[in-house]
Design a binder for this molecule. Structure first.
Ligand SMILES: Cc1cc2nc3c(=O)[nH]c(=O)nc-3n(C[C@H](O)[C@H](O)[C@H](O)COP(=O)(O)O)c2cc1C
Length: 210
């Protein structure tokens, strides 16, 4: 299997809940085990931006997301914000890759300063200390120098800063096409197969054009 078998997916309260939901769907279809974390603010954003009514409690949320994505039992594991006994809270149990999508500037700041005030921040801190793959997908406009400093700090620590800024060269027709652009980029970084967006040059090679 290409890419990590187990992945931590954290959703925080920046705009773009669709990115997180779509990534979850793709990871399930690619048979990955997903350790799912979501902040209170992200739940509010999801209710604002989508038709998905996510239950508040982790156990009910897990059952809901399992059905919503068609995952197998146990494929999606949901943990509460202070569940310090969760595998993601320790280097010995955490998956080898973590994606924070969307990533609020608040959580970006907490990760950059090692705050560890909730399980999302702790899981990211574990990824950093263990030098594991960490991808953050921030969204804000415009960015302040504080946001940019945090991104530079994390980038220098090996974190992938993948801004939620879709390109338009694939001629998107729908909002889903824009969402898929970012999710495909995340999957490429994880080395997980995706067929939503051809890699640069692939279309040219396959088209037979000169
Ligand atoms: C509808 C909505 C949209 C928001 N959009 C953004 C955003 O795009 N970027 C951002 O950094 N914060 C955004 N926020 C503010 C964050 O949710 C807020 O700062 C929150 O404290 C982040 O908490 P968290 O990092 O624990 O999720 C938004 C909030 C709401 C309710």
């Amino acid at each position: 299997m290409a890419g990590p078998e187990r992945i931590t997916l954290a959703m925080t309260g920046a705009s773009g809940a669709q990115y997180g939901l779509r990534l979850l769907d793709c990871l399930v279809r690619e048979d990955r085990e997903v350790h799912f974390l979501i902040s209170k603010a992200a739940q509010l954003v999801m209710a604002t931006e989508t038709d998905v009514s996510l239950p508040a409690k982790p156990q009910a949320m897990q059952a809901f997301l399992t059905e919503y994505t068609g995952a197998t039992d146990g494929q999606i594991r949901v943990y509460g914000k202070e569940d310090w006994m969760a595998p993601v809270a320790s280097g010995s149990g955490a998956p080898s890759a973590m994606v924070v999508v969307p990533c609020s500037t608040g959580t970006l700041s907490s990760i950059a300063t090692g705050a560890c005030n909730n399980l999302i921040e702790r899981a990211a801190d574990v990824a950093l200390k263990e030098r594991r793959q960490l991808i953050v997908v921030p969204r804000e406009a415009p960015y302040s120098s504080i946001h940019l400093e945090h991104m530079l700090k994390l980038s220098n620590l090996g974190v992938t800063i993948l801004p939620a800024s879709p390109g338009f060269y694939h001629q998107p027709q729908t909002v889903d096409d824009l969402v898929d652009f970012i999710v495909a980029r995340i999957l490429n970084c994880l080395n997980i197969p995706q067929d939503m967006l051809p890699r640069w040059g692939e279309h040219h090679l396959n088209s037979g054009d000169d």
